[in-house]
Ligand binder design. Structure first.
Ligand code: PLP
Length: 236
């Protein structure tokens, strides 16, 4: 157990270092947010990482978030929701997360807006873009993102803060970069339009296998799970 925890600290240092290297390589000086993707890891383990300086975490299942929520050291961490979200579950998390990274439909936006209004808050969201165009995946098609963002800008209790993507894992670094570049271009295009009520500040890209490349290509949030907490044990 103790050994496992020490590894988390080592991993955290390594990941931060690699993010810094990527920033230097691409001559960036803005801050990159390291978000720990916490699925299948215990609140204990998560709190240990928080104690070692992890400032952001993301859960991708409502049920799992609710199970751990009371135990998590919330004073020291910012919680995002990063997984596919069903409209009927928005009510359970609306007052528990700082941002929903996975807005992918207008019906979901409607429900987030409604629940946020109820709680007297404005929910920050990222629009999930379906990069790589996999039919089975959720997310807004790249050519529809701009109109989607404009539509969402009309909801008073939602603030669009940028884009998120879960691109397919490519066989080569070159292909991976190409997809990241395409997403970054869409991000910059929409930012340049200065749409009312839209603050295109965050681009959430990159996971354990590709976060250094994502940072080089413009991501300023990376969602890292297994490289931080260790390989997930699916049999549990
Ligand atoms: C699990 C997960 C990640 C992190 O995946 P790893 O490959 O373990 O780093 C990132 N984003 C989402 C939405 C996830 O569900």
């Amino acid at each position: 157990m103790v050994k496992e925890y020490l590894t988390i600290k080592e991993n955290l240092d390594i990941i931060k270092e690699r993010i810094n290297e990527s920033c230097k390589k691409s001559k960036r000086e803005d801050k990159v947010i390291l978000l720990g993707a916490t699925k299948m890891n215990s609140a204990d383990k998560i709190n240990y990482a928080i104690g070692e300086g992890l400032e952001y975490i993301g859960e991708n299942k409502v049920q799992e978030l609710l199970e751990k929520y009371d135990q998590i050291d919330k004073d020291r961490v910012t919680i995002h929701f990063i997984g596919h979200l069903q409209s009927n579950k928005v009510k359970y998390i609306i007052d528990k997360v700082d941002m929903i990274q996975s807005l992918d439909s207008i019906s979901l936006a409607k429900e987030i807006d409604k629940q946020a209004k109820k709680h007297g808050l404005v929910m920050k969201v990222l629009v999930e873009i379906n990069a790589g165009m996999e039919e089975s995946k959720s997310g807004v098609a790249p050519e529809e993102v701009e109109n989607f963002v404009k539509e969402v800008s009309c909801f008073e209790n939602i603030q669009v803060m940028g884009l998120m993507a879960i691109p397919p894992i490519m066989t080569s670094e070159e292909e991976q970069r190409k997809i990241f570049k395409e997403i970054y271009k869409i991000f910059v295009d929409i930012s340049s339009k200065s749409i009312h009520n839209i603050d295109m500040r965050y681009l959430s890209l990159g996971m354990s296998d590709d976060y250094p490349i994502a940072v080089e290509e413009g991501a300023n949030i990376v969602r890292v799970g297994s490289a931080l907490f260790g390989t997930r044990n699916h049999k549990k």
